[in-house]
Design a protein around this ligand. Structure first.
Ligand SMILES: [Zn+2]
Length: 275
């Protein structure tokens, strides 16, 4: 009798397996979950149900390195990218090269990104060479050109052009953008060219990002499980916080023991295990 009771109790319990925090395991999920879109958690610890896929190409854009299966995201991110591509094309830019977005169900990745987990991030290559569609340059792993000097103090003037700044401004000026991350050397040069202009506030300095810009959207209305991070502070960001990136502390960060693996939001369990 007790056994029967226990069995009945177990059957009544909903399946709430904890999702692993493992890029290898999330990366094996080849398809999105069907149904309505649900953005869960933040870009650095989260997942997405009902993700949409960016088409391989369209008016003014091409998705690069499709074999990674990372061109998934919130439908409003897909709409944002196709709309931005149309505007860029109308402004005379070559096709935008869209790199990694999220995996079909988001989550951590086995390589390349700490964020990009909940379908709100996209990398756009700062490559305005206008190479032919499907060019071997990116199909076979070669990346876009590095735009900053080796010491990262500023952009490489032989490669970075005012058109790169125009494209960053066009992207960051779209509604719904939380911020765009670029290398601090790119930000420093933008500060020199455009100091005081309000759009610089959402162009934030980071490591890497010397050949692409990382666009992050805010949580759309109605996605109550989606977590934004704090907005950028007021001002253009052309200040001491930017100079910090050239400090010894930033260049050679002190070694710390790795933090324990984070715990995925409970709502990501059913997203991970759905068939
Ligand atoms: Zn990125």
């Amino acid at each position: 009798m007790r056994g029967l009771l226990l069995a009945a109790l177990l059957l009544a319990l909903p399946a709430r397996a904890q999702a692993p925090y493992s890029g290898a395991e999330w990366g094996r999920l080849a398809t999105p979950t069907p149904g309505a879109t649900r953005i869960i958690g933040g870009t650095g610890l989260g997942c997405i149900a009902g993700a949409a896929q960016l088409p391989a190409e369209g008016a003014g854009f091409e998705a690069v390195r499709r074999y990674r299966n990372r061109h998934w995201g919130s439908p409003h991110l897909v709409a944002f990218l196709t709309d931005l591509a149309g505007q860029a094309r109308a402004a005379g830019f070559p096709p935008l090269l869209i790199g990694d977005m999220s995996q079909p169900r988001g989550g951590p990745m086995s390589s390349g990104h700490a964020s990009h987990q909940n379908g709100l991030d996209a990398d756009i290559w700062l490559d305005l060479r206008g190479l032919p569609a499907g060019s071997r340059a990116w199909a076979e792993g070669e990346g876009p050109p590095v735009l900053v000097l080796p010491d990262e103090t500023e952009v490489d003037p032989s490669r970075f052009t005012p058109n790169h700044a125009r494209l960053i401004r066009l992207a960051v000026s779209q509604p719904g953008v939380d911020r765009i991350l670029v290398n601090h050397g790119i930000k420093r040069s933008l500060c020199r060219m455009h100091r005081g202009e309000p759009w610089l506030r959402r162009v934030r300095p980071w490591r890497g990002h010397d050949s692409h810009m990382h666009v992050r959207l805010r949580c759309p209305a109605g996605q109550t499980d989606c977590q934004d991070i704090a907005p950028p502070p007021p001002g253009d960001g052309c200040d001491a916080s930017l100079d910090w990136w050239l400090s010894e502390e930033a260049r050679n960060p002190p070694r710390r023991p790795p933090p324990p693996a984070p715990i995925m939001p409970a709502s990501c369990g059913p997203v991970f295990s759905a068939r």
